[in-house]
Design a protein around this ligand. Structure first.
Ligand SMILES: NC(=O)C1=CN([C@@H]2O[C@H](COP(=O)(O)OP(=O)(O)OC[C@H]3O[C@@H](n4cnc5c(N)ncnc54)[C@H](OP(=O)(O)O)[C@@H]3O)[C@@H](O)[C@H]2O)C=CC1
Ligand SMILES: CC(=O)[C@@H](O)[C@H](O)COP(=O)(O)O
Ligand SMILES: [Mn+2]
Length: 383
């Protein structure tokens, strides 16, 4: 029985992780969890899975949840300290980090210090401070197992392979909600249109990231850190069906790919059972004759400028990916609120990056300071 802590339990990845846990009650036990402020959904989960500890975002949510749960024996906390407490709760063996945004960084670092295996969906953590997280994981000899579908695919393709034989990683991209639109057609697109992803049902922030292709940019940086791969050896391939989740080319020109129906329960479960596999009867098997044609296109960096910014920031390194991530988080939140237009997301990210004087090899405090400063700068642009 593996003891699991789940951060972001009420979200898209969180709920699918709970599906996997519920499908194998003899294998997994949820002992701690967190969510932001959705106390209605949170209290349902708590009643069903009976974790021992729950962290919520703020005091207001804490008070609501206490009321919903009167009579239940569960310890509740709020704020960052509670989020850390949930991550390292007594006996936790795997932390599924499925919060959205760089708020996931500190709990990940603390869990690593406690020798807890990390199943990582929260890609912003690796983007904002990839060198700190990977150095920490090495120091404490802790595995970071990918949950993101592309990285799980690459990880699966690499099983039994010598990483020295890798020619390049090929990360596939659906192209998002606006993949068939020209750049000039993006001027007046709405939030509702942007949230309409063709293949995946996901949280709002990642769905917008997918529409700007920043999601793919974040994934390139994520792949750089997870697989210790130079940016020159990471390619992005447009593949609109999201059936091939990513590929690895080796020196002998052999390419290995991982395929499957677009269903996040597969990579989530693989991270929880690795190196074993368990059945997943609810996931639709893939019949390629049903799919028919698969399509591939070269990624156009002028059309998808966020992809270019992500490669640029990754290659510059230091605090530049922190700026990319913080500016993106603020701009996407503003777009979702209706305060800015779609194309202003990339405009504000570019302006934040242009203004930033990069710090090489930053420590945690410098990362946090740059993150906060960038958010304030973008908020000024928004207002
Ligand atoms: N969805 C997907 O299919 C995929 C997602 N990912 C990555 O996984 C992560 C989660 O994505 P997704 O599940 O879609 O996101 P959602 O928005 O659906 O869920 C986010 C979760 O985090 C909680 N949360 C939000 N803000 C805070 C905060 N400040 N403090 C504590 N908890 C917070 C939310 O709580 P509440 O509900 O109360 O607001 C919710 O439980 C992201 O990094 C994303 O990029 C990667 C691959 C695929
Ligand atoms: C399911 C998943 O891993 C997402 O990150 C997905 O990849 C988004 O799709 P695109 O960014 O390719 O549109
Ligand atoms: Mn992905």
């Amino acid at each position: 029985m593996k003891k699991i802590s789940l951060l972001g339990a009420t979200g898209s990845i969180g709920i699918q992780t709970l599906d996997v846990i519920a499908a194998h009650p003899e294998e997994f036990k949820l002992v701690a969890m967190s969510f932001g402020s959705n106390y209605k959904s949170g209290s349902e989960i708590i009643k069903k899975f009976k974790p021992q500890f729950v962290a919520v975002k703020d005091k207001e949510t804490y008070d609501h949840l206490k009321q919903e749960l009167s009579g239940e024996s569960v310890k509740i906390g709020y704020g960052q300290e509670a989020l850390i407490e949930a991550a390292v709760f007594d006996g936790v063996e795997i932390l599924v980090n499925a919060v959205v945004g760089s708020v996931g960084l500190i709990p990940t670092l603390k869990a690593i210090e406690n020798k807890i295996t990390i199943a990582l969906a929260n890609k912003e953590t690796l983007v904002t401070a990839g060198h700190l997280v990977t150095e920490h994981a090495k120091k404490y000899n802790v595995d970071i197992l990918p949950v993101d579908s592309e990285h799980s695919a690459i990880f699966q393709c690499l099983q039994g392979e010598n990483v020295k034989s890798i020619e390049r990683l090929i990360v596939t991209a659906s192209g998002g909600s606006f993949r068939d639109k020209k750049r000039e057609e993006l001027v007046d697109v709405t939030v509702e249109q942007a949230l309409n992803h063709p293949n995946w049902s996901m949280g709002a922030k990642i769905t917008i990231d997918s529409a700007t292709m920043m999601n793919k940019g974040l994934e390139v940086i994520e792949a750089h850190w997870l697989f210790n791969m130079p940016y020159e050896k990471i390619d992005v391939l447009l593949h609109k069906e999201s059936i091939i989740h990513s590929l690895v080319e080796f020196h002998d020109r052999s390419i290995i790919a991982q395929l499957g129906s677009p269903d996040m329960r597969v990579p989530i479960q693989y991270a929880l059972t690795y190196p074993e596999r368990l059945s997943l009867p609810e996931v639709k098997g893939l019949e390629l004759w049903e799919v028919g044609k698969l399509h591939f296109e070269k990624a156009d960096f002028n059309r998808f400028r966020c992809l270019q910014f992500a490669f640029d920031s990754g290659k510059i390194g230091g605090t530049m990916p922190t700026v990319l991530n913080a500016a993106n988080e603020e701009a996407v939140a503003a777009f979702l609120k209706g305060s800015i237009k779609f194309l202003q997301i990339e405009e504000f990210i570019e302006r934040a990056m242009d203004k930033h004087v990069c710090i090489a090899q930053p420590g945690l405090e410098q990362i946090q300071e740059v993150d906060q400063r960038t958010r304030k700068f973008v908020q000024t642009l928004i207002s």
